[in-house]
Write a protein that binds this ligand. Sequence first.
Ligand code: ATP
Ligand code: MG
Length: 524
Amino acid sequence: MSTALIEKIKQQIKDLEVDTTPQEVGVVRSVGDGIAEIDGLSSAQMMEMVVFATTDGLSLQETLEQTDALYGLVLNLEEDVVKVVVLGETTRVKEGVRVMRTNRLLSIPVGEAIVGRVVDPLGTPIDGKGGIAMDKHMPIERVAYGVMERSGVNEPVHTGIKAIDSMIPIGRGQRELIIGDRQTGKTTIAIDTIINQKYEPKEKRPICIYVAIGQKRSKTASLMAKLEAAGAMEYTTIVATSASEASPLLFLAPFSGAAIGEYFMEQGRDVLVVFDDLSKHANAYRQMSLLLRRPPGREAYPGDIFYLHSRLLERSAKLSKELGGGSITALPIIETQEGDVSAYIPTNVISITDGQIFLDTDLFNKGIRPALDVGISVSRVGSSAQTKAMKKVAGKIRLELAQFRELEAFMQFASDLDEDTKKRIESGRKYVELLKQEQNNPIPFQKQVVAIYAANNGLFDDALVANTHKIELSFLEYMEREYTNVLSGIETGRELTDEIVEQLNKAIVGFKEAHAQFYVSDVV
Ligand code: ATP
Ligand code: MG
C-alpha cells in the first residue's frame, strides 16, 4: 500500500473521529405537555439524563450542582431532534434554553440513609428531613440477573396474614401480584406485610420499599403515619408520586424502587418492594408515549407495555450464594374493573408474576376480610419456602374450604341436610371465621401455626360459629401466658416436633376446660 493511501485512510479515520465527538450542548426547539424537542444533541443516548441550563452562564458542573437543577430524560432519538421528557416543572423550560448532556444514563443516588425516608423518583427527599447521605448512583434501568446468578426461592416472606401465609405462601425473591377491584383491601395487604416484618429478627428483616404510583397525597401521608405508628418506618423507604405529577415521574417511580432495592440486594440483604399500582403505571406510560407520538397499540397502550412490566418485575430475584444471597421480593398491585382479570394489563402482569392474590368485592362486602378468593389465588413457588410447621397445618384448611365452597350452594336448603353435611358446613364456616383478620394487625407465623393447629384439632368443636374469633383470641393469649415455650419453640425451630404437638394437645384440652363459657351452645 502506498504511503499516500495510508495517509488518506488516516485522515478519513480522523474525520470520523471528529464527527462522532459528542456535541454536548443543544437548544430547546419547542416544548409542550412535558416534552421538549431538542436540536443539536445528535449523539445523545437513549435514557440519558440531560440538564436544562435554566440559569445562564453556568458550566455543566455548576448547573448540576444547583439545588433545583432541572433534568430531562432522553426517550426518543429521531432523525433531526431528540425528544426529552422534562422531569419537573415544564414551565421552567422555554424555547431557546440550552440543554447539556450529562453522559450519564438515568440513575439515582442511594445510600444506607435512604431507609426511613420519603423520596421522589429521582431520589430527592420530600419529607422535609434534610439531605440523604448517598453512597453511589444506581441505574434506573438495567438488565436483570441471569439464571446462573440466581438461586431457588427457599425462605419465606411472612405477610402476617393467616389466609396468605397458610395457603398462598410467598418466598423471598418471588413476584406475587395483588389484584382486585377498587377498595377491596389491596394496599392494606401490602402494608400489613410491611408491618409484619417487625417480627422478623433484625438480621433477617427485609428492607421494605413502598412505591406509590399516582396515589393521592393524603393517602400516602396516612399510609406513612400508619407505618410510623407501627414502628415500620425504621426499615422502610417510600418512593412517592402523586396523581397531580407529570406522567414521566409516575413512569419512573417503580424503576427507582427497583434500583433502591438492588442497592440493598447487592449487599446480600433481603428487600420487599410494593408497586402500588401498576395499572396507574401503565396509564402514565400510555400518556407519556402518546405525547412522544409513539404508535398506540391495543387499548391505546404502546406496543412495548408488556416488555416494560416484564423488565421491571424480572429484576426481583434471589441471588446465588456466590453473589451474596440477597433478594428482592416484589408485590405489584393491579386494579381491575368489575373483577375482569382478562383485560389487557391484568393478563400481562398475571403472566409475568409467580402467582396472584385475588381480592373479591362480594367477599369484601360480605365482611370476609381480607377478601381473598381462595379458589383462584395461587402462589407458584412459595410453598418450597414455607416453614415445615406451617406446611403441616395448612393442608387441612385448603381441604375444608374447598369442601365448604361446594356445599355452600346447598345451604339455602339447610333444613333438608343430613347431619354429616350440616357438620361439615359448620366446620367450614369456622375456618372462614378463622381466616378473617382485621387490618393493620398482622400475626407472627408461630401464632398462626398454633391457631390453625388448634382449629384442626378440636378447639372450635362444640362452639358457636359466632364465638370462633373470641375463642381464637383468648386461646392465643392463653398460649402466651401458659405455653410461651411452645410459641418460641416454633419460632426458632420452625417445625412441629412431637414434643410441641404433645404440648399443644394438652393446651387445647386445658383451655377448653378453663373456658367453658365459650362452649355453652344455645343451639337446640
Ligand atoms: P384503592 O382501590 O382505593 O387503592 P385498595 O384496594 O387498595 O383501594 P384499601 O385502601 O387497602 O383498598 O382498603 C379499602 C378499605 O377497606 C379501607 O377503608 C380499609 O380500611 C378497609 N379494609 C381493608 N382491609 C380490611 C380488613 N382486613 N378489615 C377491615 N377493613 C379493611
Ligand atoms: Mg390502594
